[in-house]
Design a protein around this ligand. Structure first.
Ligand code: ALA
Length: 569
């Protein structure tokens, strides 16, 4: 079946079975503690806690999702950054038996064979899910046949999204060796300290990746051969399949992010968009694609989705403009780097009275490679290619060592959630990035802990910072905030970066939450004992590098959100 048929059949099946069909929410959730929508349940989160649902007890949707945490897996048969999630949800309506039966019935109706299912095996805190096991057994699944399997926390427990929220044991459905459907029983509330308490009502939250369902239904080897990718993949010339898949994935995510009004920048959502575009381009270089190859790909993405998500069509010009602009910026940086690289080779070559080094003895050493990486955003793979072309050696170990050293010095420009990311941050922008952290901490000190970051944008000239606060700031408050930030600059506080598991970061009270998996590694930047934030970086080493901080404007951004513009002098 085509993806369109699958989408429609899913929604009409659940509508027939008493669910209200709810449109996809934005990729940018209203919950300030998460960066992107990563699951269908996010827009329904309050209903699991007992808030009255606007849609009745049962709902179903097809939700746009973005999961950056899977980026390193993109290119295999099933992982993607952007995907659509089909889901049915119940807030105090039906429970395990109906949820499982509905899932089985739907898959039967579209001719998908379940190979096996998994059920939560229980641990110290949460009981083994015997009830789900019994339901599956009644449907003909058994441990003896290997069609019913028990798994622990790692595999069969879900949530919460963000700092806290509903969570619970899952039962998962596998077909053709991939997990197609995750059925979560939201029985618990997971608090900030990770402790669990029972929810007032029984919740069902399911998620089935449309791309995976299409892969299984269309019986193709990977999600990239489905009709959700066919047109895009065809447009990419080149042999290396994995590279092509990564490019196709990133082109798609970039289109959807740009369609939500996000602009490439060095911070947060904008940073993710920048990284996706640049990572796509970097892989494009490996296939020798023309410099603006992302544009025709973006157009294919729009063609595939224009009827389902009309915003990609109505925003077409903006989307193309954003991608083109970023391509040009990155191209310039890469060109400068190329010149630097050629100069390096020339400097070393024998000429005049200077003996120099013969080509086959020449090495691009770790320090120089790191310089190219940091200043011009040259990814390792490109340097390897260039060295091959010039017939010189690449000191990979030296480069890795430099990279590590730098990370330890906390000045890495590769983001924690984006290993091997590219770099382009100008020095001034890096300073603003650190000033941003100081500003947030100062605002919380002066206005209160209700202040959370709600957006930010940094250029070489200024920072713009949006935060939650109901009232206009008084002049006195503005002055206080400025004074605190300048005091912290004067104190010359060290900026230290540590990598730690996401849950650990939460435990130590780090602000700011990227969508992260339980246990996933994140970077935490600490400024003296003044500020602690989960953040990809980069930052200065010491606050004394910042200069004088000045707020030039304080205004309303939207309801309940204030906006500050500030400069470093
Ligand atoms: N919320 C669950 C998931 O995203 C269904 O897997």
């Amino acid at each position: 079946m085509t993806s369109r048929e699958l989408r429609e059949k899913f929604l009409s099946f659940f509508e027939k079975n008493g669910h209200k069909i709810v449109p996809s929410s934005s990729l940018l959730p209203s919950d300030p503690t998460v960066l992107f929508t990563t699951a269908g349940m996010q827009q329904f989160k309050p209903y699991y806690l007992g808030e009255k649902s606007l849609f009745g007890k049962n709902a179903a949707s097809c939700q746009k999702c973005l999961r950056i945490s899977d980026i390193d897996e993109v290119g295999d048969e099933r992982h993607l950054t952007f995907f659509e999630m089909l889901g049915n949800f119940s807030f105090g309506g039906y429970q395990k038996e109906e949820a499982i039966k509905l899932a089985k019935e739907f898959l039967d109706s579209v001719g998908i064979k379940i190979d096996y299912v998994t059920v939560f095996s229980g641990d110290k805190e949460v009981l083994r899910d015997e009830e789900s096991a019994k339901i599956w057994q009644k449907l003909g699944f058994s441990e003896e046949k290997g069609t019913l399997r028990f798994c622990g926390r790692e595999d069969n427990f879900w949530g919460p999204t963000g700092e806290e929220g509903p969570c619970g044991p899952t039962t998962e459905i596998y077909s053709q060796d991939i997990e197609v459907w995750n059925i979560v029983f939201n029985q618990y509330y997971c608090h900030k300290d990770k402790s669990l308490t029972e929810l007032p009502l029984f919740g069902v939250d399911t998620g089935m990746g449309l791309e995976r369902l299409a892969k299984v239904s269309q019986n193709v080897p990977t999600v990239f051969e489905t009709d959700l990718f066919g047109l895009i993949m065809k447009e990419i010339k080149g042999d290396d399949l994995k590279t092509k898949r990564i490019i196709a994935d990133h082109a798609k995510s970039a289109v959807f992010l740009a369609s939500e009004g996000i602009l490439p920048s060095n911070l947060e959502r904008g940073y993710i968009l920048r990284r996706l575009i640049r990572r796509g381009i970097r892989y494009g270089k490996l296939l020798n694609l023309s410099h603006d190859f992302l544009i025709p790909l973006a157009k294919k993405v729009i063609e595939i989705y224009k009827d389902i998500y009309p915003e990609v069509l109505s925003k077409e010009d903006e989307i193309i403009g954003i991608i083109r602009g970023e391509e040009e910026k990155f191209e310039k940086t890469l060109e400068q780097g190329l010149k630097e690289f050629k100069d390096y080779v020339l400097r070393k070559e024998p000429k005049g009275g200077h003996a120099g080094v013969a080509r086959d003895q020449m090495i691009l050493d770790g320090k120089e490679a790191f310089y190219l990486y940091q200043t011009f955003g040259f990814p390792k793979e490109i340097m390897q290619e260039l060295c091959k072309e010039e017939n010189i050696k690449f000191d990979e170990r030296g480069f890795e060592e430099e990279l590590k050293k730098h990370q330890e010095l906390s000045r890495t420009a590769s983001a924690g959630m984006f290993k091997g990311g590219l770099v382009d941050s100008g020095e001034q922008a890096v300073k603003y990035h650190t000033a941003n952290h100081l500003l947030l901490a100062a605002l919380r000190q002066v206005l209160g802990s209700h202040v959370l970051q709600r957006g930010s944008n940094i250029t070489e000239e200024r920072l713009r910072f949006d935060f939650s606060h109901p009232d206009k700031m008084t002049e006195e408050e503005i002055k206080k905030v400025e004074d605190i930030v300048n005091q912290k600059i004067k104190e010359g506080l060290p900026v230290v970066c540590e990598e730690m598991a996401f849950n650990k970061a939460k435990e130590v009270g780090a602000m700011g939450v990227f969508e992260s998996k339980y246990g996933e590694k994140v970077k935490v930047y600490t400024v003296g004992d003044f500020s602690k934030e989960i953040c990809g970086g980069p930052h200065v080493n010491n606050t004394s590098e910042l200069g004088h901080f000045k707020i030039v404007k304080e205004e309303s951004s939207s309801s309940g959100i204030r906006r500050i513009r500030a400069i470093l002098e």
